[in-house]
Design a protein around this ligand. Structure first.
Ligand SMILES: Nc1ncnc2c1ncn2[C@@H]1O[C@H](COP(=O)(O)OP(=O)(O)O)[C@@H](O)[C@H]1O
Ligand SMILES: [Mg+2]
Length: 253
């Protein structure tokens, strides 16, 4: 019997049924078939999400669970709930996250990206400096096409850490051309430690900076992050623990 099931499942491109049919509890026929199909659908969704997360190129798979929103100030027209619901992706709107180092910009951007993948959206993540280096390396040999296509075809493009390293003129121009291609076709989350009034310091050229700001900032939701660095807080609390341990050792001896 299982051979026939296997054949039918293959014909219907539902080979997952063979792995799942024994896992479903049987109460009645309708319930059994319905639950079996639900399991097939869930399994496919999960596998698609895993594939999307792998393709996105995130440095880790942070989630919103445990994220502390207290450093984040929301603009009019966007709140925590609508951000987490990813409405901005549906509406092809941009989000700019600006604030000091270690305040949780990258973590929030990745968490939203992972959530988008779980919802079946395509995402591409790049640190700005890495993307520029990749483009500078591949472009002259005519090999940048795939990198650019992966970005422009994604529902969400995350450009992380604009502002830490100044770009060369060639790199800034390439970045601009990628962003122009995706303008209004997708959402872009940009994170930066520099307010955009100072972006000409990293892009050099005033005209190009103005055009980039026009693409990334106008019509964007701007979230500002403030407060002390979480990295610093974590390091300090580790030091405090170490000090506690040292004190405890000292009292024991
Ligand atoms: N608001 C926050 N809630 C929870 N963890 C945070 C928060 N902000 C930062 N962190 C943690 O601190 C570290 C640095 O955060 P990160 O997102 O890289 O900061 P940024 O990109 O703003 O420099 C990470 O380990 C991150 O998980
Ligand atoms: Mg960061």
């Amino acid at each position: 019997m299982e051979t026939r099931l296997r054949e039918h499942a293959r014909t219907l491109r539902m080979s997952d049924v063979v792995d799942l049919y024994l896992e479903v509890e049987f109460e009645d026929r309708l319930q059994y078939v319905t639950d079996l199909l639900s399991m097939v659908i869930d399994g496919r969704k999960n596998r698609r999400a895993e594939r999307l997360i792998r393709k996105a190129g995130f440095p880790n798979t942070d989630t919103l669970t445990g994220y502390d929103f207290s450093p984040v100030t929301f603009p009019n027209g966007l709140d925590r709930r609508s951000l987490a619901d990813l409405n901005f992706i549906q509406d092809k709107e941009n989000v700019l996250m600006v604030g000091a180092v270690g305040t949780g910009k990258t973590r929030l951007a990745i968490s939203l990206g992972v959530k988008a993948c779980l919802a079946g959206k395509t995402v591409k993540f790049h640190r700005a400096v890495d993307l520029c280096n990749t483009l500078l390396e591949l472009y002259p040999a005519g090999k940048a096409g795939k990198v650019i296509r992966d970005i422009t075809q994604a529902d969400l493009f995350i450009l992380d850490e604009v502002g830490y390293v100044p770009f060369s003129k060639a790199a800034a121009e390439m970045l601009f051309s990628v962003i122009s291609n995706s303008y209004e076709n997708q959402s872009i989350i940009t994170t930066s430690n520099l307010e955009f009034g100072r972006w000409n310091e990293i892009f050099g050229d005033e005209r190009l900076t103005a055009a980039l700001i026009d693409r990334l900032v106008h019509h964007a939701h701007i979230l500002t992050f403030s407060g002390p660095s979480y990295r610093l807080r974590q390091a300090l609390s580790r030091t405090e623990h170490d000090e506690d341990a040292i004190l405890k050792d000292a009292t024991l001896t």
